[in-house]
Write a protein that binds this ligand. Structure first.
Ligand code: HGY
Ligand code: MN
Ligand code: MN
Length: 419
């Protein structure tokens, strides 16, 4: 028996899902493969079963809710991620997973009544560890899906708490052995996380490309000593050097003019982090982003020069452990055109725009035609418990995703390809 798929049911389900790992201030704290993520996953699996989607869990914890409506055909995948950053918002990722599940169940039920209508199968997806907060890097589950990395490399990754992905996933019962459904195409809806749609009074963003990003892991090496007994000229304070690295990231961003390059240090770990001890080592995670590859490369070079200057000053040594580039690439024109037509047909106000943040769709578009949709974020706030989108904004997005999925399942992207 399938349950009703109304707007009211969607909002009630979103409230239920948001209660899992909820914080007092209205957010969620649901990092990848923690107990809270496990509970959210169990909730989703139960939802899949109640709504006639067949659950599968692959080796890296990606969850799929599959419906076979075109025997043997590949799948239109619809999804996002249930994991969150620490003390974060309840919309980032979770909104897209639930919207994907509703769209999949709705379209599957419709085509089941019209034999031959579906050209592809349809599945909802929850990708493992989009955020990269507990286990680095981000976009892990979707990276395995598209073949950018291997399941073993992911499972062997050790998180900030010393637990491996393998152990964390098996503790919550989500290290599966199901085969991932093959994709024909992918669609994802997400909150914008910036202010463009709100500032322009729009309902929907259709994403055309992703910003390029460099992600760094940096270690600043100094020497542990007594804060009270070491002469200033003899001390090698890793925290002073690390502070210079933080300001170097800001200085790089400032060099390029307003909002052309974005960057911050997000994680900062001081060792031994004790009163009366000059820090020996600081490990930090930083990122630098720009719309295009040329600008991000220029920002990268500027950052490297500043790092060399900090080391050159002689007190500390700054080591770049890793510098990973996420290039800017385009979403397929066929998907952009389809989503724009759907928004027009639904009478919604929309614009084409790039995404500054990373999403699983950034990976998926390397494999299959991919549609990425945004709804507005109130005040552009995200990765914050104050993250908010209105019910009307969420429902406008749900309707856009559902109609886009309806057309994808019945072959609209293929038609767009040949025209
Ligand atoms: O935006 C990011 O870098 C992350 O992958 N979501
Ligand atoms: Mn997200
Ligand atoms: Mn996020």
């Amino acid at each position: 028996m399938t349950r009703e798929l109304t707007d009211a049911a969607f909002l009630a389900d979103f409230a239920e899902l948001s209660a899992i790992g909820a914080t007092a201030a209205g957010g969620v704290h649901r990092e990848a493969a923690t107990a809270a993520d496990g509970h959210a996953r169990e909730w989703l699996r139960a939802w899949f079963v109640e709504h006639g989607l067949h659950p599968r869990v692959d080796a890296v914890g990606n969850m799929y809710g599959c419906v076979e409506v075109a025997a043997g055909a590949p799948y239109v995948l619809l999804g996002s991620h249930l994991d969150s950053q620490p003390t974060s918002g309840r919309f980032d990722g979770a909104y897209g997973v639930l919207a994907g599940a509703y769209a999949a169940a709705t379209v599957a039920a419709e085509v089941a009544d019209r034999p031959g209508a579906a050209r592809h199968n349809v599945a909802a997806v929850n990708w493992f560890n989009e955020e990269g907060s507990r286990f680095s890097p981000s976009l892990m589950g979707s990276a395995v899906y598209v073949g950018k990395t291997t399941a073993d490399a992911v499972l062997d990754t050790v998180g900030k708490d010393g637990v491996s992905v393998r152990d964390a996933l098996s503790r919550i019962g989500f290290q599966g052995d199901d085969v991932a459904p093959p994709a024909n195409s992918y669609a994802e809806i997400h909150i914008e996380q910036g202010r463009t749609l709100e500032d322009e009074g729009l309902d929907i963003g259709v994403v055309t490309s992703n910003w390029a990003a460099y992600k760094y892991v940096v270690t600043v090496h100094g020497e542990q000593s007594h804060t009270g007994a070491t002469h200033m000229r003899y001390r090698r304070d890793a925290l002073v050097g690390a502070s210079q690295v933080v300001l170097a990231v800001r200085a790089v961003a400032d060099e390029f003019g307003l909002d052309t390059v974005l960057g911050s240090v997000g994680r900062f770990t001081v060792e031994p982090n004790s009163p009366v001890v000059v820090p020996a080592r600081v490990r930090l995670a930083a990122d630098l982003r720009a719309l295009d590859g040329e600008t991000v490369e220029a920002a990268h070079l500027s950052f490297l020069n500043k790092i060399a200057d900090i080391t050159g000053a002689g007190e500390v040594t700054v080591e770049i452990e890793s510098a990973a580039l996420r290039p800017s690439t385009r979403y397929q024109d066929s998907g952009i055109a389809l989503a724009g037509t759907v928004a027009d047909d639904l009478g919604l106000r929309w614009r084409a725009m790039p995404t500054m943040a990373g999403h699983d769709s950034v990976n998926l578009k390397e494999l299959v035609p991919t549609v990425m949709l945004f709804i507005p974020s109130i005040d552009g706030v995200s990765h914050n418990e104050r993250e908010f989108s209105t019910d009307a904004q969420m429902l406008a997005g749900l309707h856009t995703l559902t109609e886009t999925a309806r057309r994808m399942v019945t072959g609209a992207l293929e038609t767009a390809h040949v025209s």
